[in-house]
Design a protein around this ligand. Structure first.
Ligand code: CU
Length: 157
């Protein structure tokens, strides 16, 4: 399913931009991208780590797996886990940006198909300076490893 939607117009445009020579010198490295199994129509989340060789800022994320993709942060509000969209996330050379359950994440809003364990989801990250950088998130088990609250299934605006 993922492979089929990868042919969507949006994704083709991103793939073309990724293959351009302008992105040959990469100052950004994306590692350990993963997601969790989820049902179609629901929201999913992608977690990853970004390392840079010069300061940068993650300003957007896109994926053919969902209708909309947003940068989110999770926060506790009176003991309840809530999420909100963030405009951008700064990354410094000595402090990699880590997106993880209970913190920052890439929200896949409205999954176009179920995310099954073992699926690979293409994600395009846009950085202020480095431009568009592609990554592939591998889907793990639902709820893996430890979920905080009911993030990703309820409580979303
Ligand atoms: Cu979220």
């Amino acid at each position: 399913m993922i492979a089929r939607i990868a042919a969507s117009a949006l994704w083709v445009a991103i793939a073309v931009s990724l293959s351009s020579p302008a992105f040959a010198q990469q100052s950004v490295q994306v590692e350990q991208a993963w997601s969790r199994a989820a049902m179609a129509g629901r929201n999913g989340a992608v977690f990853l780590t970004v390392k840079v060789t010069s300061p940068d800022r993650l300003i957007a994320a896109a994926s053919p797996a969902s209708d909309r993709t947003e940068l989110h942060e999770s926060l506790m509000d009176n003991g309840v886990m809530k999420m909100r969209e963030v405009r951008g996330l700064d990354i410094t050379v000595d402090k990699p940006l880590t997106l993880a359950p209970g913190g920052y994440h890439i929200m896949l809003m409205g999954l176009r198909q179920p995310l099954n364990e073992g699926d690979r989801i293409p994600v395009a990250l846009t950085f202020e300076k480095a431009g568009v950088v592609g990554a592939t998130a591998v889907v793990g088990k639902a709820g893996a490893p430890a979920m905080h609250g009911t993030h990703g299934t309820t409580g979303h605006k």
